[in-house]
Ligand binder design. Structure first.
Ligand code: SAH
Length: 237
């Protein structure tokens, strides 16, 4: 973990991640600069580490948010439709929203990001966090960002097809229903437990998979790097 990237301000954190090569894409850098993590990770907002946000969830480390955006960037354009499953704090949903709208005027595109979480309190938290900034409020009011309570393993068929699907919790499989909801071309970024590893196991046994649905509808799956995410599970009773 790149603790030494930690900054005193949001800009310093993002600059440090960029200098260390953990964020390479200028569009991703600009979007992350524009969203203050203090609204989403109140305890140590500018630390390059995951932080607890309650209900057993964590906001991922900034470098992981950067990696997720970079893997998806070719599918995060003004007008793109995106599904963010396990939206938790709402931070990444906000960053993605910055990439799918035309700046500074948002009128030109129909870009939209749907954040899905199965815990109502976290759906409310994400909305409250976005309401802390004028930019966030505008993205909610214009319907560019919507937060929905649902089981993300089923995706959100009402909004499909999606140019990009981000999954922020470790799945047991490359859920076929999610692949179905991808546009052709489209891309999904999803952490998946390695076969035989336990859902609850932290550290080891989870890999990011990048799933591409090509223009002709064919599917390519690539296992790209090892990670440690909160599990994508049944909702707590
Ligand atoms: N991207 C978020 C990650 C939050 S942690 C962030 O950086 O803030 C993972 C989230 O996945 C948690 O909020 C958890 O409630 C949610 N989650 C777990 N299983 C889920 C499921 N089946 N459907 C929807 N959300 C789920």
């Amino acid at each position: 973990m790149a603790w030494h990237c930690t900054g005193a301000t949001n800009n310093e954190l993002i600059e440090n991640l960029s200098r260390e090569g953990l964020i390479k894409n200028e569009k991703v850098k600009k979007a992350m600069m524009a969203v203050d993590r203090a609204h989403y990770a109140p305890s140590r907002p500018y630390s390059d580490s995951p932080q607890p946000i309650g209900h057993g969830a964590t906001i991922s480390a900034p470098h992981m948010h950067g990696h997720a955006c970079e893997y998806l960037i070719n599918h995060l354009k003004p007008g793109s439709r995106v599904l963010d499953i396990g939206s938790g704090s709402g931070y990444l949903t906000h960053v993605i929203a910055k990439l799918v709208v035309d700046s500074p005027s948002r009128n030109g595109t129909n870009g939209q990001v749907i954040g899905v979480d199965h815990i109502q309190e976290l759906v409310d938290l994400a909305r409250n966090n976005m309401n802390k900034s004028e930019d966030g409020r505008e993205l909610l009011e214009t319907g560019v960002v919507k937060f929905i309570k649902a089981d993300g393993r089923r995706g959100w068929p009402e909004g499909a097809p999606y140019d990009a699907i981000h999954v922020g919790a470790a799945a047991q499989e490359l859920h076929p229903l999610l692949v179905e909801q991808l546009r052709a071309p489209g891309r999904m970024f999803i952490p998946v437990n390695a076969e035989g590893s336990m859902t609850s196991a932290f550290g080891g046994g989870q890999y990011i998979w990048v799933v591409d649905k090509k223009e002709d509808g064919s599917i390519q799956k690539d296992k790209v790097f090892q990670v440690s995410y909160v599990p994508l599970t049944d909702a707590p009773k």
